[in-house]
Design a binder for this molecule. Structure first.
Ligand code: ZN
Length: 370
């Protein structure tokens, strides 16, 4: 059977990872690898964090009665809290927890729809609660063929991880996003009231386990830890790489760059914004991004070609000049004329290859393209 939960987060508590951890600590049956999934980030009623959790459990139908009781006593009371968002300009919805149980793993298709767009409730199985049932079911539907791991520990009181331990973990082969390479700042500990001490990411389960052990040993007291399989860093939210010829460029309010009146490079997207600013009409790029409210939010750009039109260089080494409309070009020094009015030259971008926002501005789902 597949069990999922989502949308329990609020300012007063209910961090979904901790709620799930506690549920697994008390569930009276064996279970498989816990899974943390990130879904479509623009879903209207998502609370902060945007993580849904699921696990395969090995039990019979008697678990339903146990889950009923657990739901009423431990999860339902979290309903209706307004969450504290990192993005204060975003409309806040009260948490609306959901829990789902399926005898058969839900259709994989449901996961792909839920990670790339808005979906309605999944039908079937046993379901408890409200909107959170969507993320809970979508997490159950994730097949995880492409996965990374995250080791999470929850704090008892203060949030403190030793810098030395962070350095050791950062240098392990297989961890990622431990530090921001621009300023060396640690990225594993969240800010704000959430109960997470740290979340350390890795490309293998063994490395995630090892890193978690090192960090727990060198942190302020933790109430527990667990390693989750996740869809973070997989790029699952991006359907395809597309190409684009620039037809217009505009700097809009907030310092964002708007290309072709549809594609936004956000002001805080670092080099991605720099490339967008550098582009000229006629340039060709490849891009990845997510559509929301008729705009594509860019998450990666690669300049394919950018040409500059220039007057030809004379054999004496001087650049020729126009003699006037339809008059051709001529060397200002030796007065030699040319049959060719223009030559093109490649412009080279300030950064070549794929350019993404800085690591701390990327989505949890974003895959590193370099
Ligand atoms: Zn000349």
């Amino acid at each position: 059977m597949w069990l999922g939960i989502d949308d329990t987060d609020s300012l007063e508590g209910g961090c979904t990872t901790l709620v799930f951890h506690q549920l697994l600590d008390s569930i009276p049956c064996e279970y498989g690898e816990p899974r943390l999934t990130r879904l479509w980030p623009f879903a209207a009623q998502r609370t902060r964090g945007n993580a849904s959790l699921s696990v395969e459990i090995y039990c019979d139908e008697s678990i339903i009665e146990w889950l009923d009781k657990y739901w009423i006593e431990n999860i339902l009371p979290l309903k209706g809290q307004i969450s504290n968002s990192e993005h204060s300009d975003r409309k806040q919805y009260p948490s609306d927890p959901g829990m789902t149980l399926f005898f058969e793993q839900p259709n994989e298709d449901y996961y792909w729809k839920a990670v790339r767009g808005e979906v309605d409730f999944y039908q079937g199985g046993h379901q408890w609660g409200g909107n959170g049932r969507i993320g809970a079911a979508a997490s159950c539907a994730w097949r995880g063929n492409n996965r990374t791991w995250e080791g999470i520990a929850w704090r008892m009181g203060e949030r403190k991880v030793s810098e030395e331990a962070l350095t050791i973990v950062d240098e392990l082969d297989g961890t990622f996003l431990c530090r921001d390479p621009r300023n060396n700042r640690g990225l594993i500990s969240p800010r704000g009231p959430c109960p997470v001490m740290f979340g350390v990411r890795a490309t293998s389960k063994e490395v995630a386990e090892k890193a978690t052990k090192i960090l727990v040993k060198n942190s302020a007291p933790t109430s527990g830890s667990r390693v989750f399989a996740t869809n973070q860093g997989t790029g699952d939210h991006i359907e395809s790489v597309n190409t684009l010829t620039i037809s217009s460029k505009e700097i809009i309010q907030g310092g964002h760059v708007l290309l072709n009146e549809k594609f936004i490079a956000f002001g805080e997207s670092g080099n991605l914004k720099l490339i967008a600013q550098w582009l000229e009409v006629g340039d060709n790029i490849e891009y990845i991004g997510m559509e929301f409210e008729n705009k594509i939010h860019l998450e990666g750009i690669k300049v394919v070609d950018s040409k500059r039109k220039l007057r030809p260089i004379c054999s004496c080494g001087t650049r020729m000049k126009s003699m006037g409309v339809n008059q051709g070009v001529r060397c200002p020094r030796c007065k030699k004329k040319s049959q060719q009015n223009w030559v093109t030259e490649d412009r080279s971008p300030p950064k070549s290859g794929w350019v993404q926002p800085p690591v701390d501005k990327r989505r949890h789902l974003a895959k590193s393209l370099t």
